[in-house]
Design a protein around this ligand. Sequence first.
Ligand code: KG4
Ligand code: ZN
Length: 340
Amino acid sequence: MKILAIETSCDETAAAVVEDGRRVLSSVVHTQIEEHRLYGGVVPEIASRRHTEQINQVVKKALTDAGLALEGIDAVAVTAAPGLIGALLVGVNFAKGLALASGKPLIPVNHLRGHIAANYIAYPTLKPPFLCLVVSGGHTHIIDVADYTHFQVLGRTRDDAAGESFDKVARSIGFPYPGGVHMDKVSGQGNIHAYTFPHPKVEGSAYDMSFSGLKTAVINLVHNASQKGIPLCREDIAASFGHTVASILCEKLFLVQQQTGREQIVAAGGVSANSQLRAMLTAECEKRGLSLYLPPLALCGDNAAMIGAQAYYEYQAGNTADSSLNAMATMSIDRSFAEY
Ligand code: KG4
Ligand code: ZN
């Protein structure tokens, strides 16, 4: 089954053709990062406008690269939640139009489910059940993936997402948006023990996390030092901060692992590209005899191939939609579109 997938939830206009959930026939990503960088973050109105301008050619290129015309595909999939509402609406309306015009089924996909499915492309034999750490710019979840379309969130951040805290700390030490990747690049030249940052405690759940206090502690350190004219080493801050984030994520993830007994560990989302996190996950899984699946760097960030991969399993489960489908800015990963 060949699925044409569309993704416009944030600042990437993307389209892909994926066969049977695993084989990528084409994948096109048009990023708007350069433009949003001028403002230090994603400007929703600009994102929607650029999606509108780009979507037609991005989708056309995905079909051409796959050597297909619209008649050659079997279904149209689209990210319908969560994300920036105006940005999502561009993809959802375009996909609805294509599905209606071609008479093909329409498959709505949750963006976070898509991030997880990036691993089905990279690892053809990977199958649920597994435990997944989803770490992106907007979400930080520890999710039990019982089946391709059954998810249970067991741990989550109570405030900032890990990616968001990376970006805000990066900004305070002078890196451009999105700063996570810049922090990662220089962290190898810094000392992880140069600073001791807090591991914020969360009341009420052993598995929930908090990154807001940690982020504020680093930003306060930077501001105090600059007011007093004390020079700071960016590399040391990046290394110590990255190490602290990776430690918090791993501590919670392996607590949940002990409870669930899942033996496959999967990572997903933009922050799963982080080298300190990847190294710590690798070492911890090796120590515990668990199998680890890390998405290749090209599949960590937003793309439509991951949406096409998840869409195949959504279709198998009967999760299609009609032209009444609407985009939603927020949606829990364990809910289905049919419930709304
Ligand atoms: O999954 P994603 O591409 O978009 C969302 O769905 O949010 O994640 C983007 C986030 C940004 O916060 C970005 O700074 C972060 O992922 N990120 C990283 C790295 N690469 C991307 N954070 C730390 N280290 C990296 N290497
Ligand atoms: Zn994403």
